[in-house]
Design a protein around this ligand. Structure first.
Ligand SMILES: [Zn+2]
Length: 125
């Protein structure tokens, strides 16, 4: 993977860390989960993904005026560059396709969006 700091193909995801989410740029304290790729099964990861999406959607369903949900970001700073670059929140890295896929994210959003009547207009890169 390409490092956002040195732009070399020297970046690897840490075997354990935290994935954070934002929904239309907003997040709750609970919009994150801890992963450990040595321990978590794919099913474990998908359950954690569902829990975060469900939690936020229950919260968002209580809003009077709901903007359609367009942007959902999933990112982490738990990456290591072989060149020793420091990855921080200003150069956070998208984890789609690394911890779970874009299709799995969209499936979760559609499932809970439907259940909690969240208007969706997804534009996920
Ligand atoms: Zn680097």
């Amino acid at each position: 993977m390409y490092c956002p700091v040195c732009f070399n193909d020297t970046l690897k995801i840490a075997s354990s860390g935290v994935v954070k989410f934002s929904f239309n740029g907003k997040a709750k304290a609970t919009s994150q989960f801890y992963y450990n790729l040595n321990i978590d099964s794919e099913k474990d990861i998908l359950e954690k993904l569902d829990t975060v999406v469900k939690e936020y959607f229950i919260y968002y369903s209580g809003f009077q005026n709901k903007d359609p949900l367009q942007e959902v970001e999933c990112y982490s700073i738990d990456f290591k560059c072989q060149n020793g670059c420091v990855i921080n929140t200003s150069n956070k890295v998208n984890v789609l396709g690394l911890i779970f896929s874009k299709a799995e994210l969209i499936k979760s959003i559609n499932t809970f969006g439907d259940k909690y009547q969240i208007p969706l207009d997804l534009k996920i890169n």
